[in-house]
Design a protein around this ligand. Structure first.
Ligand code: 5GP
Length: 188
């Protein structure tokens, strides 16, 4: 019988986790991406229930207190968390579930799901990360400063995770991640 697996992609904001995840899903439709809850304001073009569940702080805190989140963290002034029910359901059905989350949440998963695969995505350098964050034009300069400060703290703990992948050459990074996911899965 196939057992479900939790696969966590973590690493600093701007490192390209989102783009890597989208490519993974396009190439492997059997992967299930968990949709997170957040109190962040939607960016232009983001869709409720597709990019995130956009909640008020009160709604998010209610999820924390009712134990409906698998993990959660505060990041750059907002809450982010993984709704529990759909992930557990997918794993019980033998699914490969992807979480794209920051480091504090990834650590919580490491403690609660001992056989989760935790992949840390690194930028080629901090300078390149700053260039990407500024270049994508999605956040205010105050938000970018917060994200950069947090990125330096996150990079310092990269070796706590099972695998480190440098997102320098996108195709190479994607293949390293695919190999890790499917090698782990074939062992189960
Ligand atoms: P953004 O605001 O750029 O969408 O996300 C900011 C950071 O929060 C990113 O590093 C993203 O991976 C992370 N994040 C997104 N969803 C979750 C979640 O459910 N839990 C945690 N811990 N982090 C998340």
């Amino acid at each position: 019988m196939t057992t479900g697996k939790l696969i966590v992609l973590t690493g600093p904001s701007g490192v390209g986790k989102g783009t890597l995840v989208r490519s993974l899903l396009a190439r492997h439709p059997e992967l299930y991406l968990s949709i997170s809850a957040t109190t962040r304001t939607p960016r232009p073009g983001e869709v409720e229930g597709k990019d995130y569940y956009f909640l008020s702080r009160e709604q998010f805190e209610a999820l924390i207190h009712s134990d409906n989140l698998l993990e959660w963290a505060e990041y750059a002034g907002n809450y982010y968390g993984t709704p529990k029910a759909s992930v557990i359901e997918q794993i019980e059905q033998g699914g490969l579930v992807i979480l794209e989350i920051e480091v504090v949440g990834a650590r919580q998963i490491k403690q609660t799901f001992l056989d989760a695969l935790l992949i840390f995505i690194l930028p080629p350098s901090v300078e390149e990360l700053e260039r990407r964050l500024r270049g994508r034009g999605k956040d205010s300069s105050a938000a970018i400063e917060k994200r950069l400060k947090r990125a330096v703290e996150e990079l310092a703990v990269a070796d706590e995770f099972d695998l480190q992948v440098v997102n320098d050459n996108f195709e190479v990074a994607l293949e390293e991640i695919e190999t890790a996911i499917f090698a782990v899965n074939s062992k189960s």
